[in-house]
Write a protein that binds this ligand. Sequence first.
Ligand SMILES: [Cu+2]
Length: 68
Amino acid sequence: MQQVTLNVQGMSCGHCVISIEGNVGKLNGVESVKVHLDTAKVDLTLDSNVISLKEIKDEIEDQGYEVE
Ligand SMILES: [Cu+2]
């Protein structure tokens, strides 16, 4: 398992939290996802044998957020 923290711009409310945690959390290989609105960060635990960080970034960006 790999732990990563992403800086994500555009998250502004509880709906963003539900949207990102829901959609990223259901990806194969994502063990956990936690959105921190106050710091604009997303904590991830992933199995890099199953999913790449790029795939997760793409999923977040597809929802209209910007990953730094
Ligand atoms: Cu929102």
